[in-house]
Design a protein around this ligand. Structure first.
Ligand code: 1HN
Length: 382
């Protein structure tokens, strides 16, 4: 065995194109690099500059039933309070070293609150949202504004806003949290600050609509009094009724012969900031897709990663070389430049709309801001 094998320089590269002929002098050179903490480009270029993205993450599926069962067990065993802050249990992509990272940029977790429980107030630079696949009864209090959380609601919450949660119901409630924690972990620009241990009595109200919705939640109408655009959406809840109607209208228009859907049988909406019409959060894009039974989306791949949750219905999803039958609540990951497609197999009897509804969030705003966004829809081999 050559001495080269012992150094940091990978022996496998010896046979790669453009590599020097092994010799004692070369081994001495490589030992010199090691001693001085230097790495030559010619042994690393394939990894540093791949011809196309090669994600460190892999496609993976988490079943909602399994998550919910474990979250409920945690509800009975693990208190919520200062330090841990939240009873949130994160998806750990199997190829990301056991870190609580669904993808290299995105955190996704199931969070659980028992009846009457409070999660303490804090704020952090990480951008976040909640999405509710089932249940109700929790109000998230953002900047002292109690915001209801019901099935199908999407609740963005830009970084550095104070927030706490309280369960006003007599039953536990689960939801998913999405945050840009892995992305901000890499940026090394995170800040965190604990707030009050308990929210005020005046914040324990259970209004059907938050103050933010009363100010910002009117289609196409922005308040003249509203605060200047912040770094994320001022609308704290996108209620399911509005999302559902938008999707149903798209499919109905298409059926009436008018343009409306992205592809046959496939309606889709993006949650947008009513002050800017851009993405709801600086680092996170969120969308809801509705696929008619029997319809299939064309395979597509793009730079950046995404997490999907089946909101309703059932079907089959394909992510790269993996494929799963999925149903309500199931979560899966689409890594960068891995093709994704979905087939709706729902029937009117096992879902609200009779279709496959997929909620998804991604890191697309980061890639677009940096000019790194690329999408391929044609010529993807099955
Ligand atoms: C957080 O504040 C929430 O507010 C959820 O519900 C998940 C994960 C890590 C750090 C803070 C929340 C979180 C989190």
């Amino acid at each position: 065995m050559s001495e080269l094998a012992d150094g940091p320089v990978r022996l496998g590269m010896v046979d790669a194109p453009g590599q020097p002929t092994p010799s004692d002098a070369l081994a001495e050179l490589y030992r010199g690099f090691e001693r001085e903490l230097l790495v030559p480009l010619w042994t690393e270029i394939g990894d540093l500059m791949p011809a196309r993205p090669r994600s460190k993450a892999v496609p993976h599926l988490w079943r909602w039933d399994a998550l919910l069962k474990l979250a409920d067990q945690a509800g009975h065993l693990v208190p919520v309070g200062r330090g841990g802050e939240r009873r949130a249990i994160a998806l750990a992509n199997p190829s990301l070293g056991g870190r609580p990272f669904a993808t290299p940029t995105l955190w996704a977790a199931i969070q659980y609150l028992m009846p009457g429980e409070d999660a303490p107030e804090h704020r952090h630079t990480q951008h976040a949202f909640r999405f509710v696949v089932e249940g109700s009864g929790v109000w998230t209090v953002v900047g002292r504004d109690p915001v209801p959380m019901n099935r199908g609601d999407f609740l963005p919450q830009a970084g550095w806003n104070w927030h706490a949660h309280h369960n006003a119901a007599d039953h536990p409630m689960a939801w998913i949290d999405g945050l840009d924690i892995p992305f901000q972990y890499q940026t090394e620009a995170q800040f965190f600050e604990p707030g009050r241990d308990t929210i005020g009595e005046d914040e324990r109200g259970t209004p059907a609509r938050s103050r933010s919705e009363r100010l910002w939640g009117h289609p196409g109408l922005r308040p003249l009094s509203g605060p200047a655009a912040r770094s994320g959406s001022p609308l704290l809840r996108y209620a399911w009724d509005d999302t559902d109607r938008a999707l149903a209208d798209q499919l109905a228009l298409a059926e009436e012969g008018f343009p409306g859907v992205v592809e046959p049988g496939h309606a889709a909406v993006r949650y947008s900031n009513p002050a800017t019409a851009g993405d709801v959060l600086p680092t996170i894009r969120a969308e809801m897709h509705r696929i008619r039974p029997g319809s299939e989306t064309a395979p597509r791949r793009q730079t950046g990663s995404a997490v999907y949750q089946v909101f309703d219905g059932s079907g089959r999803v394909t992510v790269g070389d993996r494929s799963w039958s999925v149903g309500r609540g199931d979560l899966f990951v689409v890594p960068s430049w891995v093709a994704f497609s979905a087939v709706s197999q729902a029937s009117a009897s096992d879902s609200d709309s009779g279709a496959l509804d997929l909620f998804t969030f991604s890191d697309a705003p980061v890639f677009e801001a940096l000019g790194l966004d690329r999408t391929q829809t044609e010529g993807i081999e099955a």
